[in-house]
Design a protein around this ligand. Structure first.
Ligand code: NAP
Length: 497
């Protein structure tokens, strides 16, 4: 094993840094010696290495989960709750180390990483409690002398495939729901950010989560996913990532008719009404655009501003954007860390070039100021039109595109002009406009006069090609529960009451 000095020295508890897969409660290396380096995007240095597992090893994770399912599902909901709450406590107690691991492998500023640990942990606590409320129903019977109802039962083993932009919370939002429902999980984290997932496994073990209930497999993504999708013993697949890969996995799960939940890409419109104070709206738009350096499925991707306040809004946006600091996320006072890798920087540059070549104005964004090769300075474009990539694609970079509109009907059409339907933002204080837009926008989530919208109590998810199903909230656990209907007949009649 190659030890990363950077990581082990940076942690209070170096045992949270693991360079193995985690199957059946055991740290596992790859049988054929295949491995992958994990790179700090801020410095380009290798933080460590992870093994790529062989097909038999992936199958052994399914064997382990299958064996664990028998005992895990048989526990009472309050017993599972206790173990999940112990996991939650450990996540909180190790917040600083988890945040350090995340900043090193993902690049986001340390305060944002701390925020993600809190956010990720909050799903563990939420679902620990929700598991105790997985109620079935009593159904008024239409059949003589019968009692009708439903039972909620765990669906079975769940495979969870997650992205690199939220390396911890995208796992806990799925795993905690599945585990609270009584399902063991097999997590395949993004190759760029496996160490957060492996630290979660270490803490799950310390929390008393039994072997085989929380497994982390590593390997070549397409190969591992194909095996997981084709495996009949896996009953549910939950994926967060790009729409392109989501479509592929949906197809691959057809053969075994799995329960599939997909949290895919977004192309969020940020709509500013003519009644808004341009400064208030511009500051909110900057906050909605540049979190995680724009690498966020909720990032404002198209900023649509009423023509009457457009120029004042652009001025305020540019001023606020100019104050953002870009640098290594471990340094203090940094707003934007690096992008995840060089290809992301190249994609961002090509989106900006495409917009300029089609007539957009580059208001700000001098890449000569970038502090390293994986960094991308915030860019502001105006005059963005629907033909441009910056409008059509989820740019996943700190590139803000602004377009002027003239009336509510036009902005509704503009906002819905995309295959995506994850989240939208509306800024206006006009209640009639709010209601009209809220009803007309084809999005799974709409935030009105707020940049913050997520958290454990709400149903997170998209419509159109942004996904299937919801995570969080009181329905999040349903992704991992089957409804079993029962008809209890020949009971005899109840009389005289
Ligand atoms: P991605 O390329 O789709 O990768 C996500 C996961 O899929 C990773 O574990 C990746 O593994 C794996 N993968 C990649 N190619 C695969 C293939 N051919 N077959 C099977 N699995 C494959 O997405 P990403 O770049 O990591 O994440 C960014 C995307 O996630 C954006 O579109 C963003 O909007 C979306 N996202 C959505 C939400 C939401 O809640 N809706 C939240 C966060 C992110 P490797 O890393 O090992 O290749």
């Amino acid at each position: 094993m190659k030890l990363s000095k950077t990581l082990t020295n940076a942690l209070n508890d170096p045992r949270l840094f693991r360079q193995y897969a985690y199957i059946d409660g055991k740290w596992t290396h790859g049988d054929a010696g295949r491995e992958q380096a994990v790179i700090d995007p801020a410095t380009g240095e290798a933080l460590g290495h992870i093994p790529w597992l062989e097909p038999d090893q992936i199958r052994s994770a399914v064997d382990a989960a299958e064996a664990a399912f028998v005992h895990w599902r048989a526990l009472r909901a309050d017993e599972r709750c206790e173990r999940l709450l112990a996991w939650y406590d450990l996540l909180q107690a190790n917040r600083e180390d988890l945040a350090t691991i995340m900043t090193l492998e993902q690049g986001k500023p340390l305060p944002d990483a701390r925020g993600e640990v809190e956010y990720g942990a909050s799903f563990v606590r939420w679902f620990a409690e929700e598991g105790k409320r997985a109620y079935g129903e009593t159904i008024p019977s239409h059949i003589p002398n019968a009692a009708l109802g439903t039972l909620k039962e765990p669906v079975g083993i769940a495979a969870l495939i997650t992205p690199w932009n939220f390396p911890l919370a995208m796992i806990t939002r799925k795993a905690a729901a599945a585990m609270a429902a009584g399902c063991p999980v097999i997590v395949k984290p993004a190759g760029e950010t496996p160490f957060s997932a492996l630290a979660l496994a270490e803490l799950a073990e310390r929390a008393g989560i039994p072997a085989g209930v929380f497994n982390v497999v590593l390997g070549e993504a397409a190969e591992v996913s194909k095996l997981l999708c084709a495996e009949e013993r896996i009953k549910a697949l939950s994926f967060t990532g790009s729409t392109r890969v989501g479509r592929l996995l949906l197809e691959q799960c057809a053969g075994t008719v799995k329960r599939v939940s997909l949290e895919l890409g977004g192309n969020a419109p940020f709509i500013v009404g003519q009644d808004m104070d341009p400064k208030e709206a511009a500051y909110a738009a900057v906050a909605a655009k540049f979190q995680t350096a724009g690498q966020d499925c909720l990032a404002a991707n198209r900023i649509l501003v009423h023509e009457s306040i457009h120029d004042a809004f652009v001025e305020q946006f540019a001023e606020r954007m100019a104050a953002l600091t870009v640098g290594n996320g471990l340094e203090p006072e940094i707003d934007l860390g690096p992008l995840i890798h060089r290809q992301a920087v190249e994609k961002a540059a090509s989106i900006v070039d495409d917009a300029i070549s089609q007539g957009a104005n580059l208001v700000a964004g001098d890449q000569g100021q970038a502090p390293g090769e994986n960094f991308f300075m915030p860019v502001l474009l105006t005059g963005v039109t629907p033909e441009m990539k910056v409008w059509r694609e989820e740019n996943f970079a700190p590139v803000a595109g602004i377009t002027a509109y003239s009336d509510d009907d036009q902005v509704i059409e503009m906002a819905n002009d995309t295959e995506y339907g994850l989240a939208a933002y509306i800024y206006t204080h006009d209640i009639r406009r709010i209601w009209k837009l809220l009803r007309a926008l084809e999005y799974g989530m709409v935030a009105v006069n707020s940049v913050k919208m997520t958290g454990p109590p709400v149903p997170f998810g998209g419509v159109k090609q942004s996904g299937l199903g919801r995570e969080g909230g009181i329905t999040g656990i349903d992704e991992y529960l089957e409804t079993k209907y029962y008809c209890l007949g020949a009971l005899g009649s109840v009389s005289g009451s």
